[in-house]
Ligand binder design. Structure first.
Ligand code: WT7
Length: 645
């Protein structure tokens, strides 16, 4: 398989970009012609950002698994689709060919049907990074069930909220998951999440860690036993399960993500548009060549794993490497061993991982053969120049282009990025919009920013003025929330929540979130969400959470907390608050610093002045600005004095 729509030169990029703006429908329908359809579309695009409503390829019918699996069988059934590297390097690896993966997906799709799961039903997947996670995801897609993968680091409470919101009737999980030296009891967390839940009637459990688990009669079933039954059915019928016929705009999956208000929302992606976007961006950004080994280090619980471990690579017939462990266990040479062992060609990871590995010095890289690497990528947060150069020099040996890919859960795939070896990479700049992407910078009032500063740079809030195929369609069960969150701040535009700079050549540099969203180790957290969790703790009166620069995580979480009284022991209270946050959200949301305060800086109308709290957390005490409009200016001085360093 080659990719006729793979852009090879800078001139071709400019051509493709111009055409994607001038005649988007013709542009995307030409690309869509290279996919497998059960029926082609009646219309390429219908859209309106006010409602909002976006429909790509209306009238078309397809199944994404036919594009990811069946179409590769004639010539790739023996080619590795997934190479799986276990947490513990002394355990055997697993390699699933396209033939194997196809068969396993069909069997597990049969298991889902046998358990009464139908097209449109929501299936929640809470598993470690084992091949069965990929199989479960694709099996849902095969029968048209909507998958919602939940990252293994979320707590029972978080899962319970998501199950409710999605109205999920089925969960696929593992007994436990290995992560470095830890053995995380996933099934026990699910059991807790299911207390009081009356909608889930099926829990399918894959045995990974062999931890003891409770299995409830009639509700809980072992993966292996169910797969055995499905194999018998296939033997009897003589054929594997065909793929369900899906409409282009049927939902494919829900993925929960944090915003500036309330509980996480379920971002909905649909069948055809998402497939084309994941594939097109995979092929073009990474410049994938058939036969290459692609290693994306993300977890499938995040959008990066959905798009660049599974759907992008598999729809392109690529070999994708799936890693169960963490970068620093059993030692910080883990990534480099994997690159060496499998002769990885493309490595896609997060700035936080790079910074963390940098901190171990160069020893872990010694004697590792990284010469197979051809392309490096980063995602999740702005990459600082120091980390960029280290990645370029020490990992890429000065020889591999780095793609700095800017995108979001809501965008389905990369929107702004250089293309490896085709368009230039600039340290700390995501660079150019991909074909189909029409960014615009606006000021607070929604007026387009056009005036460059003395260096030729325009600065503003990053929006999109035209839909691309992978844009979110709604937030599950609450379309109004989708509208107010993304399409109402600046009427007629999709607002990303990020600030950005643009240079005279049209390159973009992302400066970070301009809303109350934190980016901690590439994970998105709402300040309100963390505050709500802290406020759940007995004795807490009020709290305010802000981000501050953190050497490894990018941003750390700084919490200012008012308590009723302190029982004398701050350490104990801190521990208890951390435990509460872990329980409510998950360990990833635990504040790095907790400062007990007697009051918070508020305006006369009662709004917390986060700007001041941010400055204090950052240690910029001289730049607190005008505090005279505060209800109680004295409180600022007290907070600044008690700042935790
Ligand atoms: C937010 C989206 C996209 C998958 C991982 C995170 C930040 C993402 C970059 C980048 C600067 C970036 C933005 C964005 N972000 N990539 N290359 N440079 N910032 O997905 O959890 O949906 O978070 O991550 O702030 O809005 P997410």
């Amino acid at each position: 398989m080659s990719y006729p729509y793979q852009i090879k030169t800078q001139a071709q990029y400019h051509q493709a970009y111009a055409r994607s703006v001038q005649e988007p429908e013709a542009f995307w329908s030409d690309i869509a012609d290279h996919f497998v359809w059960k029926k082609k579309w009646d219309r390429v695009l219908d859209w309106n950002f006010t409602e909002p409503r976006v429909a790509w390829f209306s009238g078309a019918q397809l199944n994404i698994t036919e594009n990811c699996l069946d179409r590769h069988l004639p010539d790739k059934s023996d080619q590795p689709a997934i190479i799986w590297e276990p947490n513990d390097p002394s355990e055997p690896n697993r390699i699933l060919t396209y033939g194997d993966l196809h068969r396993q997906v069909c069997l597990f799709a049969q298991v889902l049907l046998n358990n009464g799961i139908k097209k449109g039903d929501r299936v929640c997947i809470y598993m470690g990074m084992v091949p069965e996670l990929a199989i479960a995801v694709l099996a849902c897609a095969r029968i048209g069930a909507i998958h919602s993968v939940i990252f293994g680091g979320f707590s029972a409470q978080s899962i319970s909220d998501r199950l409710q919101d999605a109205g999920a009737s089925c969960i696929v999980t593992c007994d436990g998951a290995f992560r470095g030296a830890k053995d995380i009891p996933l099934k026990a967390v699910i059991d807790e999440a299911l207390t009081g839940n009356t909608i889930v009637n099926t829990v399918l459990v894959y045995a990974r860690t062999r931890t003891g688990v409770s299995m409830i009669k009639g509700r809980d079933h072992w993966w292996d036993e169910e797969m055995e039954k499905a194999s018998q059915q296939v033997l009897e019928s003589g054929s594997l399960l065909p793929a369900a016929t899906m409409e282009a705009e049927d939902p494919l999956f829900i993925l929960y993500t944090s915003g500036s208000t309330g509980k996480p929302k379920g971002v909905v992606h649909t069948q055809a548009g998402y497939m084309i976007w994941a594939n097109y961006t995979f092929v073009n950004v990474f410049q994938y060549q058939p036969g290459q080994i692609h290693f994306c280090t993300a977890d499938i619980g995040w959008i990066t794993g959905h798009s660049y471990i599974l759907y992008g690579p598999l729809s392109a017939g690529a070999t994708t490497l799936m890693f169960e462990g963490i970068p620093t266990w059993p030692d910080p040479g883990r990534f480099w061993n994997i690159v060496d062992k499998y002769k990885v060609n493309i490595l896609y990871t997060a700035p936080t991982a790079i910074r963390s590995l940098m901190s171990f010095g160069l020893d872990p890289l010694a004697n590792k053969d990284l010469s197979s690497l051809q392309v490096l990528g980063t995602v999740g947060e702005p990459i600082n120049e120091e980390a960029w150069h280290w990645y370029h020099q020490q990992v890429g040996k000065g020889d591999c282009p780095i793609v700095d890919t800017w995108w979001q859960t809501e965008t389905g795939g990369c929107l702004i990025s250089n293309m490896a070896g085709v368009t230039p990479g600039i340290p700390a700049w995501a660079s150019l919009p991909l074909p189909g992407v029409q960014p615009i910078l606006v000021d607070e009032n929604g007026k387009e920013c056009v005036e460059p500063d003395e260096k030729g740079i325009v600065k503003g809030n990053l929006c999109m003025r035209f839909p691309w195929p992978g844009i979110l369609r709604t937030t599950y069960g609450d379309h109004e929330r989708c509208r107010t969150n993304y399409f109402a701040t600046y009427p007629g535009l999709y607002f990303t929540g990020d600030g950005a700079l643009r240079d005279a050549n049209g390159n973009y540099r992302i400066t970070g979130r301009v809303d109350d969203v934190l980016n901690v180790s590439g994970h998105r957290l709402g300040t309100a969400e963390v505050e709500n969790a802290i406020n759940m703790h007995a004795g807490v009166v009020e709290s305010a959470v802000v981000g501050y620069p953190h050497e490894i995580k990018g941003q750390g979480v700084y919490a200012y907390v008012i308590v009723e009284h302190l029982h004398g022991d701050e350490t104990q209270m801190r521990r208890d608050i951390l435990q509460t946050v872990s329980q409510q959200i998950g360990p990833i949301a635990k504040p790095d610093k907790i400062q007990f305060v007697s009051g918070l800086p508020k305006t006369r109308s009662g709004k917390i002045m986060r700007r001041i709290l941010r400055k204090i957390a950052e240690g910029e005490l001289a730049q607190l600005g005008d505090t005279s409009t505060l209800l109680d200016p004295a409180v600022v001085e007290e907070i600044a004095k008690g700042r935790i360093v």
